[in-house]
Ligand binder design. Structure first.
Ligand code: AHR
Length: 663
């Protein structure tokens, strides 16, 4: 499809823009899998986010010298102890000296969770830990309390503690309390002795009641987007700063008490890997999306790489094993391991990405590394589609992953037509990370407008751009300011969905994604256009080589109106998407040819704002949301006003029998 097939942009004028939709001219197939998700451990996305676990540093490995995120209760003495490990994976424990306890002054340990612990009314929580005692046999009291210790929500007792490591579990059920997050979990005693703890855990109810499952409100926000795939586990999180700190999938499966965890040094905090490979896959299963598995490709971000050849063989084998873990039946080694881990059925898998952003590898080794992974994976799994993270020459990847993070809606809108003239003879395109980075911690309406403009370009060209995923997906907004950055709950300041311990919200960009993903047909229609308005955008000056400020580039004319149309072959419904960048209402004349009849009554899904700075937040989670209404006055020739700063999807009813040749 070329630009002239779809639209032509003229200079600004006062003439009303005209969109001529050719309902009988299919410009391309709309990719059924276009809209997906990308995820990694950043901004406390899983730990302190999607992953239901409420206890931060429950394995005591986040810091080698201090029991960070834990505090002593009463006159307790607490310390990390490497002499009493639970096992070789959890090789440090928390030692509690209770010798100053008394009947009226219990001592113990407390966790404040991830910037709070959510307490909800009439809710049952599962607390568990490993413990062993010396001159101490219990009992231990486990309680959910307010941070100031004034309110007790629920408590339970472990009557006896063994001299050997043993797992203990307690259920805690709250009464009719008000929801709150300024709370802590306390494990305490009035008896003397020494007790060690490992793998302390607290789970609220989870989505689909999975034992090691996910937070329901975040899962519901994602389910509402109807995503078709999930790209995981990164991003930088896949690579790590060093080869040693990559996402080493074999360390992330099985019993959580046997997972060593690792430093997520790309983003500066500890990952317990309680949210591991199987949890990613079960997340896909719960939301009926296919996994798009990124395998470690032999490059980590501090310019460490593995040379192609025999040195790389073990990494290629790791990837093959990983694919077998995902897809193999239970007669295979890794399929059997998956069954042992609780999931006998294989998962569907079509896409494998090799590495992440390998254009950063200055050694130039990606050509060879990609080719080695490519031939080994294709030899065993010829049906899999392989994604390169940057163009390569030796072999032709099935797809290439492109990333873009413009910092203004102008820059994003200036790029919205870049796929229109793209060659169709090379690999397909996966826009695996992108966002208009305007607004923090989550994008505002300006960001959403840039995103929507960009999405019209991807959808219009989705014969070529077959997959897209916004990034980053999640941000815990509890701490946006602490120094260093690694101590904040946010490392990357423009993210699709925000939350704290208790509540969550979708940004305007989230709703733009949802609107596009929920409303589209299976074919892209050709559109001619006239009188498309433009505005003047000043591209930013790029820094010169030695830090000097370069001359600003010349200002550019950028369209202020974006659009595309798709049609559903089965229902005949035409979905016209229109984005109005301007702060004034925009009249548009819509003509639809190639169909006899379009009903005058249809539906409009509209998201608009009174200012581009308007946004959603924990305090105002739904300030900017799409509104669906029935509209009149549609047909094959109509004029409609599109509100200021708006994204609109018009659902136009035509009948499938109008397109007999296309059925
Ligand atoms: O999305 C944030 C980061 O941006 C990703 O981890 C990385 O792939 C990209 O540079």
């Amino acid at each position: 499809m070329t630009n002239s097939d779809t639209n032509s942009v003229s200079d600004a004028s006062n003439a009303i823009p005209v969109l001529q939709i050719k309902a009988d001219q299919v410009a391309g197939r709309a990719s059924p899998t276009l809209f997906g998700l990308m995820t990694e451990e950043i901004n406390y996305a899983f730990e302190g986010g999607l992953y239901g676990e409420l206890i931060q540093n429950g394995t005591f490995k986040a810091n080698p010298t201090n029991a960070v995120f834990w505090s002593a209760v009463g006159d307790a003495a607490i310390a990390l102890d490497t002499n009493q490990p639970l096992n070789s994976a959890l090789n440090v424990s928390l030692k509690l000296d209770t010798s100053k306890a008394s009947k009226n002054s219990p001592v113990g340990v407390a966790s404040g969770g991830y910037w709070g612990i959510p307490v909800r009314p009439n809710t049952t929580y599962r607390a568990s830990f490993y413990a062993k005692g010396k001159s101490f046999s219990g009992p231990l009291t486990v309680s959910l309390e307010s941070t100031n210790g004034e309110t007790f929500f629920a408590s339970g007792t472990v009557p006896k503690i063994s001299k050997k490591w043993q797992k203990y579990e307690v259920t805690l059920t709250t009464g009719g309390v008000a929801p709150s997050k300024e709370n802590k979990l306390v494990v305490s005693t009035t008896k003397h002795g020494t007790v060690w703890f490992s793998q302390v855990s607290l789970f609220p109810p989870t989505f689909n009641d999975r034992a090691n499952g996910n937070r329901p409100d975040l899962m519901q926000l994602l389910a509402d987007m109807q995503p078709k795939f999930l790209r995981f586990p990164g991003g930088n999180y896949l690579e790590g700063n060093t080869i040693a700190t990559r996402f080493n999938w074999k360390n992330t499966i099985g019993d959580v008490a046997q997972r060593p965890g690792h430093m997520d040094d790309g983003w500066g905090y500890w990952s317990t890997d309680g949210f591991g490979l199987l949890e990613f896959l079960e997340w896909c299963e719960d939301l009926k999306m296919q996994p798009l598995l990124a395998v470690y490709g032999g490059y980590s971000m501090r310019q460490q790489h593995v040379d192609p050849g025999t040195n790389l063989d073990s990494y290629v084998q790791d990837a093959l094993d990983e694919i077998e873990y995902v897809t193999g039946d239970t007669t295979t080694k890794w399929g059997a391991q998956r069954a042992k881990d609780g999931h006998p059925a294989p998962f569907p898998l079509h896409y494998i990405e090799i590495g992440n952003e390998d254009w950063f590898d200055r050694s130039g080794s990606y050509e060879g590394r990609f080719a080695q992974f490519f031939s080994a994976i294709k030899a065993k799994y010829p049906q899999l589609q392989l994604i390169a993270t940057t163009p390569v020459k030796g072999v032709m990847p099935d797809l290439v992953d492109e990333h873009l993070y413009p910092t203004s809606e102008g820059e994003m809108e200036a790029r919205a037509h870049e796929f229109d003239k793209h060659t169709r003879t090379g690999p397909k395109i996966f826009v695996g990370e992108w966002a208009t980075r305007v607004g923090t911690p989550t994008p505002d309406m300006a960001g959403a407008l840039g995103d929507a403009a960009w999405m019209t370009g991807m959808e219009r060209n989705s014969d070529l751009v077959v997959l897209e995923s916004y990034a980053p997906l999640f941000v815990n907004v509890s701490d946006l300011t602490s120094n260093p950055r690694s101590e904040r709950s946010m490392q990357w300041p423009s993210d699709l969905i925000g939350y704290d311990a208790l509540t969550s919200y979708g940004s305007p960009s989230y709703y733009a994604q949802k609107m596009f993903s929920n409303n589209h047909g299976d074919v892209v229609l050709a559109i001619d256009s006239q009188n498309i308005p433009t505005y003047t955008w000043q591209p930013p000056a790029r820094r010169g080589r030695n830090g000097t400020q370069a001359q600003p580039p010349a200002p550019r004319q950028v369209p202020s109106l974006f659009f595309d149309a798709t049609r559903d072959s089965r229902s005949g419904m035409i979905y016209l998407k229109v984005v109005n960048h301007n702060g004034t209402s925009q009249s548009v004349h819509v003509k639809i040819s190639g169909v006899n009849n379009v009903e005058s009554t249809g539906e409009a899904v509209v998201m608009s704002a009174s200012s581009p700075d308007d946004t959603n937040s924990i305090q105002e989670p739904t300030k900017i949301v799409p509104v669906t209404s029935t509209v009149e006055g549609l047909g094959t020739d109509f004029t409609r006003d599109f509100p200021p700063y708006s994204i609109t999807i018009l659902k136009l009813h035509s009948l499938p029998e109008n397109y007999p040749d296309l059925l």
